[in-house]
Write a protein that binds this ligand. Sequence first.
Ligand SMILES: Cc1cc2nc3c(=O)[nH]c(=O)nc-3n(C[C@H](O)[C@H](O)[C@H](O)COP(=O)(O)OP(=O)(O)OC[C@H]3O[C@@H](n4cnc5c(N)ncnc54)[C@H](O)[C@@H]3O)c2cc1C
Length: 385
Amino acid sequence: MDFKLTEEQQMVKEMCRKFADNELAPKAAEYDKTHAFPWEHVKKLGEMGMMGVVYPEEYNGAGMDYVSYAIAVEELSRGCASTGVIVSAHNSLCLSPIFYFGTDDQKKKYLSKLCTGEWIGCFGLTEPSAGSDAAGTKTTAELKNGKWVLNGTKNFITNGGVANVAVAIAVTEKGIGHKGLTFFILENTMKGYSVGKSEDKLGICASSTTELIFDNCEIPEENILGKKGEGFKVAMHTLDGGRVGIAAQALGIAQAALDASAKYAKERVQFNAPIAKNQAIQWMIADMATEIEASRLLVYQAAQFLTEGHGDRRKASRYAAMAKLFASETSHRVTHKAIQIFGGYGYVKDYPVERFSRDARITEIYEGTSEIQRLVIASNVLGDY
Ligand SMILES: Cc1cc2nc3c(=O)[nH]c(=O)nc-3n(C[C@H](O)[C@H](O)[C@H](O)COP(=O)(O)OP(=O)(O)OC[C@H]3O[C@@H](n4cnc5c(N)ncnc54)[C@H](O)[C@@H]3O)c2cc1C
């Protein structure tokens, strides 16, 4: 077992850390306040290869492994959690299904522009009445005169307001549950495609979260993604990668909270001594650091299983779910403690820890809530009985 990062992984870590420290962190509070989409950062991340981290160079990707990808999302999220999820949703949720299930033509057409960041991607699974229960999808797709016609509404879509390309799931055969679902590739310029309500959120405020409305949206027959009836499989495969990305986001937020807390505890003086001299503070710092390190091991291990191949699906699913569950709940606990260490100053916006706490909260919800991760893990451990 080798815990050392490869040269490439170390290079990505340093590059993304520098970018996060110099460009993301100084502006994160302002973006959080204005809710503006960080176009300047996304453009630079495209130039850095971070909008197509694991995809082959023939599609303009950076051709790296999944551990490098997790490290990138972790480091970027340390600086700005909104940027972390923009990168994660784009890479894991839009590019991944096109790469693993798309035709050669689809890969050439879409990945080449998505990997450079020229186009932004999003993933439409959730609907108002289909959240954790993705098989409850109501959006329909019918083949009429050589075109698929989609009708329905997706909600809570990350990158929804800015995406050029959406991959979305719809019912192609009614009455057979998840076996009647199919994925499609849509472009925002297609007839009948529009962006609906934009959400006003607790955290990750600079990321775009919107409805996508398909009103007799016509797409070419060849824009089916994967086989008809294979949609649920595409969704589950995609979410395994996505969950590693969100686990890495949670890890980055937690690390930022620990770094800020350790610095503050040494500077803040009460009772004539830095508050770090109190064992009560030291214990919080120790628990935060230990849980973060345990999360990091789970996240990198889950990423490694993705690199080793999507061959062993059960293993990939189980470890992705464990990494997301543990890292997101760690991020919750760590950011909560960070506010405690800052006292009253932790509760106001002069310091970043209240933002870290708001940003961390969503990692326990999207791409499967903590309850759904526990279901995935338990069913994997228990098997058939
Ligand atoms: C900011 C944001 C960004 C998002 N981005 C995307 C995106 O890009 N694409 C996309 O498709 N979706 C996205 N989502 C949707 C997200 O994945 C869902 O919100 C999430 O899966 C939960 O679904 P729900 O909100 O409908 O909650 P529900 O499914 O209604 O769950 C409500 C509660 O019930 C619990 N629950 C439900 N079923 C069970 C069960 N069987 N056992 C135990 N507990 C259960 C849940 O854990 C939760 O606590 C996003 C959501 C947000 C808020």
